[in-house]
Write a protein that binds this ligand. Structure first.
Ligand SMILES: NC(=O)c1ccc[n+]([C@@H]2O[C@H](COP(=O)([O-])OP(=O)(O)OC[C@H]3O[C@@H](n4cnc5c(N)ncnc54)[C@H](O)[C@@H]3O)[C@@H](O)[C@H]2O)c1
Length: 243
């Protein structure tokens, strides 16, 4: 049996967190893997990461909708043990515009599969692990962000499909469905006082979550502690979905 104390030792492991440039969930997950000994690279859409993230990790500017850029990064990455797919956008109150709807799907859902396929050779070699970041909105209706909800439902479903397919290579594929978390992406929602209060009221813990609270679930899913766990979407929502 593996010594459980070593479950979260990622020394010598190579980790890529796609979508960690704005100090949100991706950055917290990246920091946790780094503290656990991993060699972590982060990406984001911006030319440079947010000030809080600058210099903490090697950074690659990467648009997940750009086939050539994704292929070039994969080509330049000799090894990969853990892939975290965290890049996403939402456009609250604007997603019934079809162009915006398509863009959200292209980044959040197609981007996830594009990145995963690009790094499949490295993951096969390492018998690695993929953690996709879904959302509770992948399970519930989301009238103000219909494309976002559809994309995240797609991410949960894609997670199951990839898990089945890639088990033959020894690769595990799981997802996390965060609840309502304080980040830049959730700022428009948090600025709506009714929405903010409704989340607090329904969440058994009575508050929004912090990005750091998503790090433990990511480490667990990517670790040997989860060696027989694949195809799951782990809810991390302060009990919101249990109500
Ligand atoms: N904040 C929440 O309440 C919440 C809830 C559930 C799920 N999530 C999910 O968690 C993940 C991280 O979100 P966050 O809240 O930390 O937001 P964030 O805005 O801080 O992070 C999103 C990241 O995606 C990147 N990105 C955006 N468009 C991209 C593109 N075209 N190509 C490449 N990268 C791109 C951004 O550069 C950024 O690094 C997302 O998948 C989000 O959907 C967030």
């Amino acid at each position: 049996m593996i010594d459980p104390k070593s479950f979260f030792d990622f020394s010598g492991k190579s980790i890529l967190v796609v979508g960690a440039s704005r100090g949100g969930i991706g950055a917290s997950i990246a920091q946790a893997f780094k503290l656990a000994g991993g060699e972590v690279t982060i990406t984001g859409m911006e030319d440079e990461p947010a000030e809080t993230e600058r210099g903490r990790f090697p950074y690659v500017q990467l648009d997940v909708t750009d086939d050539a850029a994704v292929a070039a990064l994969a080509e330049a990455t000799p090894r990969l043990d853990v892939l975290i797919n965290c890049a996403a956008i939402s456009r609250r109150n604007h997603e019934y515009d079809l162009a915006i709807f398509q863009k959200v799907l292209e980044i959040n859902l197609t981007g996830t599969v594009r990145i995963s396929l690009a790094f499949l050779p490295q993951l096969k070699k390492s018998k690695g692990s993929v953690v996709n970041i879904g959302s509770m909105y992948g399970n519930f209706g989301s009238p103000k962000v219909p494309a976002y909800g559809a994309s995240k439902g797609g991410v949960h479903q894609l997670t199951r499909s990839m898990a089945i397919d890639w088990a033959q290579y020894g690769i595990r594929v799981n997802a996390i469905a965060p609840g309502f978390i304080v980040t830049e992406q959730s700022r428009p929602g948090r600025e709506d006082p009714d929405h903010y209060a409704a989340v607090v009221k329904r969440t058994p813990f009575g508050r929004w979550g912090e990005p750091d609270e998503m790090a433990g679930p990511a480490l667990f899913l990517a670790s040997p502690a989860a060696s027989f766990v694949t195809g799951v979407t782990l809810l991390a929502d302060g009990g919101y979905s249990a109500v």
